[in-house]
Design a protein around this ligand. Sequence first.
Ligand code: AHR
Length: 656
Amino acid sequence: MRKFVLTLAAALLSLAALAQTHQLDINLKKAGAPIPSTLYGIFFEDINYAADGGLYAELVKNRSFEFPCDALQGWKAFGKVEVRNDGPFARNPHYVRLSDPGHPHKWTGLDNEGFFGIGVKKGESYRFSVWARVPEGGESLLRVELANTASMGENHFLCQDTLKVSGKDWKKYQLILHPDQTLDKSILRIFLVGERAATDLEHVSLFPVDTWMGHENGLRKDLAQALYDLRPGIFRFPGGCIVEGTDLQTRYNWKNSVGPVENRPLNENRWEYTFPHRFYPDYYQSYGLGFYEFFQLSEEIGSEPLPILSCGLSCQFQNEDPKAHCPLDELQPFIQDALDLIEFANGSVDTPWGKVRAEMGHPAPFNLKYIGIGNEQWDATYPEHLEPFLKAIRAAHPEIKIVGSSGPDSEGKQFDFLWPEMKRLQADLVDEHFYRPYNWFLAQGARYDTYDRKGPKVFAGEYACHAKGKKWNHFHASLLEAAFMTGIERNADVVEMATYAPLFAHVEGWQWRPDLIWYDNLRSFRTASWHVQQLYGRFRGSNCLSLTMNGANVTGAEGQDGLFASAVLDGSKIYVKVVNTSDKAQDVALNFTGLKKKAVVKAVESYLLSCPEQDGENSLERPDYIQPARVTFSGEGKSIAARVPAYSFSIYVLEK
Ligand code: AHR
């Protein structure tokens, strides 16, 4: 009798276990919609010291002495230093004159503090360059060093060298410095030495020699590598709100960001003062990382470039006065900027802007296919401003796809007004933004399932899961982003691109968080959200596959136990993504239908992204604390079982 009861109990238990196994049905009969190569990409904006002080590897702040409140901001001058303004570069006219301090035991020169210090590494080489002349003719001598002013050692300097300047004409000089120590906060120091003949200096610059792809006007290698490793299909630049500017004068002006770097005029960075509680009075845009460099980087990381331009409206959050915006009848220069940009990117070398591109080193076109007009604009004024751009671009370049905007909100009045307007105007894509909390992401698994397939495509152009009181970028938010992205993937026929935002943040200079990649002057780390993006990029696949549970999409809906899932095909490979947002492990059966009678599917490998603490995060000290782990996954047949741990994101790779 006892044996019978035990057997019955065991049978009931296994029945219960069976009942709890979630049956995920994946139909292999027919490949679904093609997945655009642009589906997962990156959004770059110069916020959080993402350009100067970040990706752009220049180590000298205010290198052209153009900061408007104080031409010597970022510098410490000693001895006899005079700022003058009739320099060799018309759009950056300031320079400094170093003269004899008037006493053999005094010194003249300058220190530059860099961006939160100058980070240098022992064993690496640094290219110091400067435009200089001896105004009275003859020769002069400069001593150039990297120094640690906090050092208790005999010397401050980590390395030093001398540079001979000669003649009355401006010339570019350079030397290579080899620091004998690694230091995150050194300074650059320049002394006038020798006979101390008066010497003029302009565009004082210092770059690591070892930049991304070795470009002299280059990018920080670890940060560019972190972009490359995402395998981004689309690269949106230069932002965000920075496109609009706090006012029209300070909008991102791409024409000022191309040509020789010495003559690219300084621009105010709108993130200098947007948040007075995190205020950075020395945040400017040198435009050293400009549109040529953005296009070049797109090419090097394998992305389609997606420039966004001002539509003639300055930031509507910051400007209620209609006079702050460009009136419709004065829009032509803005429209011309867009047309000229297309020529800069794609025009032959015989066109005026194609020639500029060629002179900068890229005669071949950049093959631009997309352009965005306007960022987070709203009200009737936006479609009114957009329409003339659409007409002009369509007439001249019907091959270019144009991205319009649904405003700053993920839903609501402006969103509901602007989407139909974008349809009416036949924008090719609509840029949606959502920086939203946990419950929003949990509720949006099916967001795109019902979108109109005949209207414009979606560009989820800025998104991130935000949670109050959290630091940097914690695991749980990344998990909910992964959950939400199953809906992007399932709807790749209507979502053409999606980019997490913002991309970069300097740990000492951020205005906005969370962000995808953090860094200080020497180190960087990739967040849990980065790993989510990377997994989606790596396992993007070529076609959607239908994946259902009890006939419904798996979107975290009621009764689905916090599961979100999607599947794609990639040749003979199948990638199944399952996100478990619940606090319990879930058993799933991956059931493959549509196979020939004797055909089976084989488990190949599986990756798991999880973290013991939901608030866990990567950091400069523990950069790899959260990263995908390869886990055991085996089986063969028409159905393969897996256990999805609580709070985890799994990718199952199978072969048919
Ligand atoms: O990504 C930060 C900012 O968020 C962007 O500049 C803007 O478009 C959005 O409001």
